[in-house]
Design a protein around this ligand. Structure first.
Ligand SMILES: [Fe+2]
Ligand SMILES: [Fe+2]
Length: 298
């Protein structure tokens, strides 16, 4: 599998050239990039970074205050994040994102926190909260390499622009592989797959087989994208409209129903167990009036 429609020349966080404009990206190309840029990046404990304070702030603001109202549970989530260590170059990517794309940075943090929360609740053997948190924390770092005029476009994207947006999982994969000196790490692979869907309708690979860890990220990713400000719509989705959309996506077989029920449970004051969540059969709220997401300019 290769990635074309590459937007622009790509550098790593140190300014080393990784990929030229229009060069196709494949696992083989990434292997070469890794060989040419061998570095041993030191490990940094997240407890020693600003990321912790930023996550604490994020889970204590807006709707997330309700979703993270269980203080003991939130402290456990923060404790898990504090224990994570990452290659220093990835930490620098996150710091860079905070400066240049703060919305994406804050999105990444809440996706990581929500994913840990689900992981702890489901307690499945093949999902480890520290691993899931790492996927959440890198899943959109490639967006920092996309042209700003496309990311901030307030009108429908052209087909060509949308194809450029769809390259960001490849950029994530390239950057993480470069920083970890391997394409085989679970986070590099997971970053590539975070827009895949269980019915095979996602991108960039169009695969239906998605690991449980990546699946956990998906509803958190969609939910936060819906309830946040975006240039291409008049206002964010309300919580109810966002949950309606998640329910629709699970009915269509694109995302896991169990995980959507977790999200619904967190949004409710009484916090029912996810197995006891009763989902309304009628839509509870309307989406924003103007929303160009998914609409292509001729
Ligand atoms: Fe993404
Ligand atoms: Fe995302």
């Amino acid at each position: 599998m290769t990635c074309t429609h590459w937007p622009q020349i790509l550098y790593d966080i140190d300014g080393n050239l990784l990929v030229k404009t229009d060069q196709e990206i494949s696992e083989k190309v990434i292997e070469v990039v890794i060989k040419q840029n061998q570095t041993t990046s030191s490990q940094v404990l997240l407890a020693q970074t600003e990321i912790i304070n930023d996550i604490v702030q994020r889970i204590n603001s807006g709707i997330y205050k309700v979703m993270f109202s269980d203080k003991a549970n939130s402290e456990r989530i923060i404790a898990i994040i504090r224990e994570i260590s990452f290659a220093e170059l990835i930490i620098r990517e996150l710091e860079n994102l905070k400066i240049h794309l703060p919305d994406t940075y804050h999105h990444i943090l809440i996706v990581a926190a929500l994913s840990i929360k689900i992981c702890l609740d489901l307690n499945t053997e093949d999902s480890v909260p520290h691993q899931i948190a790492k996927i959440g924390l890198v899943h959109d770092i490639g967006k920092s390499r996309l042209p700003v005029n496309i990311i901030e476009k307030a009108k429908p994207l052209t087909q060509a622009e949308f194809k450029i947006i769809q390259t960001h999982p490849w950029i994530d994969h390239l950057l993480v592989s470069r920083y970890l000196n391997t394409t085989k790490s679970f986070i590099a692979k997971a970053a590539l797959c975070h827009h895949e869907r269980l019915d095979g309708s996602g991108y960039p690979l169009g695969i239906a087989e998605i690991s449980n860890s990546v699946q956990t990220i998906i509803p958190c990713d969609i939910f936060d994208a819906l309830i946040s400000h975006r240039p291409y719509r008049s206002e964010p989705f309300t919580i109810r409209a966002a949950l309606d959309l998640l329910v629709e996506e699970s009915k269509r077989g694109k995302i896991s129903k169990k995980l959507v029920n977790c999200m619904i449970s967190y949004s409710r004051k009484d916090k029912p167990h996810y197995k006891d969540v009763k989902v309304s059969q009628i839509n509870r709220d309307d989406p924003p009036k103007i929303n160009y997401y998914g609409i292509r300019e001729e």
